[in-house]
Design a protein around this ligand. Sequence first.
Ligand code: SAM
Length: 216
Amino acid sequence: MSQPSTKFIPALGFNLLTPLYDLIMQLTMRELTFKRRLIEEMKIEKSRRVLDLGCGTATLTILIKRTYPEAEIIGLDIDPKILDIARSKVQKAGVDIKLDQGSALELPYPNNSFDRVVSSLVIHHLTHENKARTFREVFRVLKPGGELHAADFGKPQNVLMYLIARFFGLFEDTSDNIKGLLPKMFREAGFEEVEETARYATMFGTLSLYKARKPG
Ligand SMILES: C[S@@+](CC[C@H](N)C(=O)[O-])C[C@H]1O[C@@H](n2cnc3c(N)ncnc32)[C@H](O)[C@@H]1O
């Protein structure tokens, strides 16, 4: 198998825009609404281990820790610049969260080490091959019976979302999402009980929430 590339697409496409990420998310993506729903669906019990894959500025990571203070939460991102923002937010929030730098394509964790992996708006940053590779990595690090919870662009739910998706469909990395292929790709990585649990209309198209379980 080829070695994964260390190249990545920053949160808003360009490094210069990263400091504006939180503001843009709040204004365009109904951020708190979908992140609260994602957290509710994760149903984390005491002393469980959770990985926020592609944690970005750690908004979701901090919300998870505040909702489930007894769980161990780790955030991982490939971009050192966004992790600097995440670190200062975690410190300001006064919560105990470990932040790691690393790639979704080669997760720096042993097999069967997490009860939940959550990933918000990361999958559309990856090529088709890298999405498949990432799903296999998530499967590897989850414990048997563990769950992946993902929020990302999905199949358009109405005409307006379809028109927006046509525009974003021009970008290769988003096309698997808007063709509705993510559930199939989760199953191909070994997951079962794959479900699309919610859909939200946003300024950048339909955002879908997905849940998938590692057998065991
Ligand atoms: C749009 S941001 C989402 C951030 C955060 N999860 C959220 O919901 O606000 C996408 C994040 O994925 C990260 N990312 C992109 N490619 C990655 C990879 N191969 N491995 C780990 N993180 C990656 C980017 O650095 C960025 O922080």
